[in-house]
Design a protein around this ligand. Structure first.
Ligand code: HEM
Length: 488
């Protein structure tokens, strides 16, 4: 019994703690004793509070909520959670910045992660996207180099414009995403005021086995709001946690952020002859070719009770599919199908799927995986840990998650695009031409502000050449603005 009506403080083994203010010492001013289990346990646990941060997207915020189907898409996918208008599925979302480490400021110019875990009755479905519909590169082999160029330099210990722009100078395919990033959308005002995109092309399969390729668009119902570079610079100093504060307080106030999900749907047979590679992550599908079709809405209505348990330990993996949804041949996506679960085994351990935020909620995992560090699952004493068995253990369905797709050609590294109309610049130019005069002014100023800090003239030239290839006016204006800054 404690001295008051409050519950008794205990050690981790559950034994009552007599004194939580004074360590046990030999005499009143003497050294401390090794027998003070409570002191040793507190200090040792404290030393182990941190786990490896995510190698990218380290800084983020999460919230719980649900996804509700508003429109019938059962003709395109047999995914149960999308199968009926009105059906609700518990969902967890984590938003993030990409390049900085834990503790980096929220209002940085950076893409934002938009990761969702749908706890469906057929298992957890993870959609791990960004707030941009495209990405910087199209082959996963380049991802570690790309990220090295954007994060801290191994010698200076800080992000270096030389590295950032050097990588882009060698990656013409990045021009489209760089145009997004340096434009207004590069600094969302908050996580609530940005869209989310699956970015990759995924495959849906309906009950008849027909296949479709799809792209996901989550449109914010709060409206898009962005910060200027100047506003963001100030906010990074005065409130580095601005996105976290905004999301937390909005949900605490009962103002629940929501997004409407739309998809673009391409019948699988149209992919081979489409005018560019529909699996190229550096490109969008024009809406006039594949219009947006509404599917449902995502609502976030509950903050995590414990950020470490629910947000830091959340593990999203693009290879968590459910029946009716599968991958496309997008090479980047294929690389990601490996990278995430591997990162989770390193960061959280082999049993990370047993943590409450990662475990299925609307069904139970039932397989023969056992043991490993921190295994907590309980099994019936008669359950076997091998398959096939004669004891009624779980068995396969024989139904592939998504329809098989044809492949052809030679195996090997293929440098040339499979589609003759592929081009690294056209859509970047389209995006530039879509912008208003003011948006263009800010885009040019942002790019010039970065490029003018680069020490190598050849790197500056190569980047300008990419913008010129996208649109002659784009290239000319970036060049003029960079020269002006260099001279001034
Ligand atoms: C996080 C790898 C491309 C969105 C991560 C993590 C890794 C990774 C290792 C950390 C995972 C963790 O520790 O939990 C890769 C690789 C890529 C790639 C190898 C390319 C081949 C992309 C793309 C997108 C994306 C194209 C968006 C379309 C995210 C998001 C997170 C993340 C949102 C944070 C997930 C969370 O909130 O826990 N990525 N990534 N990544 N990535 Fe990627």
């Amino acid at each position: 019994m404690s001295k008051s009506s409050k519950p008794t403080l205990t050690t981790e083994a559950g034994a009552p703690v007599a004194d939580n203010q004074n360590s046990t010492s030999a005499g009143i001013g003497g050294p401390l004793l090794l027998q003070d289990q409570h002191l040793l346990e507190k200090l040792a646990r404290f030393n182990r509070e941190r786990i490896p941060e995510r190698v990218v997207h380290a800084r983020g915020s999460g919230a719980h909520g649900y996804f509700e189907v508003t429109d019938d898409v059962s003709a395109y996918t047999r995914a149960h959670f999308l199968g009926e208008v009105g059906r609700r599925t518990e969902t967890f979302a984590r938003f993030s910045t990409v390049a900085d480490s834990l503790g980096g400021p929220d209002a940085a110019r950076d893409p934002r992660g938009f990761a969702l875990k749908f706890y469906t009755e057929e298992g957890n479905y993870d959609l791990v996207g960004n707030n941009t519909p495209v990405f910087f590169i199209k082959d996963p082999l380049k991802f570690p180099d790309f990220i090295h160029s954007q994060k801290r330099d191994p010698f200076t210990g800080k992000q270096e414009p030389d590295n950032v722009w050097d990588f882009w100078a060698h990656s013409p395919e990045a021009t489209h995403q760089v145009t997004w990033l340096m434009g207004d959308r590069g600094i969302p005002a908050s996580y609530r005021h940005m869209n989310g995109y699956g970015s990759h092309t995924y495959q849906w399969t309906n009950a008849e086995g027909e296949a479709f390729f799809v792209k996901y668009h989550f449109k914010t119902n709060q409206g898009i709001r962005c910060l200027s570079s100047e506003q963001a610079a100030e906010l990074c100093g005065t409130d580095p946690n601005s996105h976290q504060t905004d999301l937390l307080q909005s949900i605490e106030r009962g103002v629940f952020p929501s997004w409407t999900l739309y998809v673009q749907i391409m019948p699988a047979a149209e992919a081979a002859d489409y005018r560019f590679n529909p699996f190229d992550l550096t490109k969008v599908w024009p809406h006039k070719d594949y219009p947006l079709q509404r599917v449902g809405r995502l609502v976030l209505d509950r903050n995590p009770d414990n950020v470490f348990a629910e947000v830091e330990q959340a593990a999203f993996s693009p290879n968590n599919f459910v029946p009716g949804i599968g991958p496309s041949p997008d090479k980047m996506l294929q690389g990601r199908l490996f990278a995430y679960a591997d990162a989770h085994r390193y960061r959280l351990g082999v049993n990370h799927t047993q943590l409450p935020v990662n475990a299925p909620k609307a069904t139970t995992a039932s397989n023969y995986g056992r043991d490993g560090f921190m295994a907590t699952n309980r099994y019936d004493r008669h359950a076997k840990n091998y398959e096939p068995n004669s004891y009624g253990g779980p068995v396969e369905t024989g139904l592939p998650l998504s329809a098989p797709q044809p492949v052809s050609g030679y195996w090997g590294t293929h440098e040339a695009p499979a589609h003759t109309k592929d081009d690294d610049f056209f859509q970047a130019g389209e995006l530039f031409r879509l912008m208003s005069a003011e948006e263009k002014d800010r885009l040019i100023a942002n790019i010039a502000g970065g490029l003018a800090q680069v020490s190598r003239e050849d790197v500056i030239e190569k980047n300008i050449a990419h913008f010129r290839a996208a649109d002659p006016e784009y290239g000319r204006r970036v060049e003029e603005a960079v020269r002006e800054l260099q001279e001034g």
